[in-house]
Design a protein around this ligand. Structure first.
Ligand code: NAP
Length: 349
């Protein structure tokens, strides 16, 4: 039996952190000792293998003593710790955006580009939760037919914006439902202050995820383009996106149109998509929704069909943003490091 690893989780009390602990446990990841960390607020704690563990603020000594650190907190925390820990021999899996576009840091989805991993590349970034599903779903299609251009619209769950945003959705939904039920149901809902998100999200959608730049694109739209190019090793790939927040709790959906260098029949594209581990292709006439797919591991793909030209394919992809979009992908990357024999307890090294 493998000796257990010392595993630090910075942001263990957050949404990605909780799901990460759940999956480390259910997948029997070889955790010898868990070191969970939060912002240090009073009484912060998590449950792991039936035990309640305190989750204090991270300390340099504790973090540097780990074999593996999952950073599931924020860009600032990742910038503070990522390179420092990796230099000291800790394997670091970062789910923030801090290092994704750093040329010295691999951005990895194991089913797509595990070859980017290396024995000394100890700081590894996980991709944005919006592009991870499409990057996996169309990876084999891209290898066979050469995707030249992607056009996409995303329908993004509120949990993708963190715990505060989700609480905002629940609060606004309760208030709006009460007010509509008590009066005229088609009465327009009035304005409501939003704090965590740019506009009220209950019974609403808005085409903004992140901040706008000078060209009028929001940061999510810039991220998905850069990250898909890096993941697929396709620096000239064109990608136009409109990223939209929708009042869904969990599960990001993407409608995408792929322009191919070599035409591919929808049935052949479906077979290629299904050949990628972790992808579930839905039968014609059926499709996944975030309510059905949220909380599960697979990348769901459906409605693969011809687009406006023979060289264009359209598809619908649904992925759990907290799992394949973050925690699960990082655990799968750690699994790959274990298989290579690169990640092991340093005490025994
Ligand atoms: N949500 C998603 O779908 C998703 C997908 C992909 C990537 N990500 C990335 O994953 C990270 C976590 O996202 P999330 O949605 O889980 O956020 P979240 O629910 O807001 O949780 C943030 C976590 O970070 C902790 N934290 C805050 N300040 C800290 C500090 N100074 N030191 C240490 N820990 C601190 C929080 O602790 P407290 O409990 O004490 O506040 C909490 O555990 C972010 O970088 C995000 O961009 C998220």
């Amino acid at each position: 039996m493998r000796p257990g690893l010392r595993v630090a989780v910075v942001g263990a009390t957050g949404m990605v952190g909780r799901v990460l602990l759940e999956r480390l446990e259910s997948r029997r990841f070889p955790v010898g000792e868990l070191l969970p960390f939060s912002s240090g607020r009073a009484h912060a704690a998590v449950r792991f293998r039936g035990r309640r563990l305190a989750a204090p603020a991270p300390s340099p000594e504790a973090l540097r003593s780990a074999d593996l650190a999952f950073l599931v907190s924020s860009d600032e925390i990742a910038l503070e710790w990522g390179k420092d820990l990796a230099r000291r021999g800790v394997w670091v899996l970062d789910d923030s955006a801090a290092f994704r576009m750093d040329p010295s840091v691999p951005l990895v989805i194991p089913e797509v580009n595990a070859s980017e991993l290396g024995p000394e590349r100890r700081l590894i970034a996980g991709p944005n939760c919006t592009i991870s599903g499409l990057a996996v779903a169309a990876a084999a299609i891209h290898r066979r037919a050469g995707v030249r251009r992607v056009r996409m619209a995303s329908y993004q769950a509120v949990s993708g914006a963190g715990r505060e945003a989700l609480l905002e959705l629940f609060g606004q939904t309760r208030r709006a439902a009460r007010s509509l039920a008590d009066s005229e149901p088609l009465r327009p809902l009035g304005p409501e202050k939003a704090r965590a998100l740019p506009a009220p999200i209950a019974f609403n959608v808005f085409p903004q995820v992140g901040r706008f730049n000078a060209e009028g694109e929001c940061s999510e739209e810039v991220k998905v383009r850069g990250e898909l190019r890096k993941l697929w090793g396709a620096p000239r790939l064109a990608l136009s996106a409109t990223t939209v927040r929708v009042p869904v709790v969990r599960g990001h959906s993407v409608a995408a149109w792929l322009e191919l260098a070599r035409p591919l029949a929808p049935a052949a594209a479906a077979r290629l998509a299904a050949s990628v581990p972790g992808v579930k292709v839905w039968k014609e006439g059926t499709y996944p929704t975030p309510r059905a797919a949220g909380g599960g591991d697979p990348v769901h793909v459906a409605r693969i069909r011809r687009g406006a030209a023979p060289s264009e394919l359209a598809l619908w992809v649904v992925t759990d943003n907290l799992l394949k979009g973050a925690a699960l992908n990082s655990i799968q990357t750690a699994d790959a490091l274990l298989e290579k024999g690169w990640l092991r307890p340093r005490r025994a090294a």
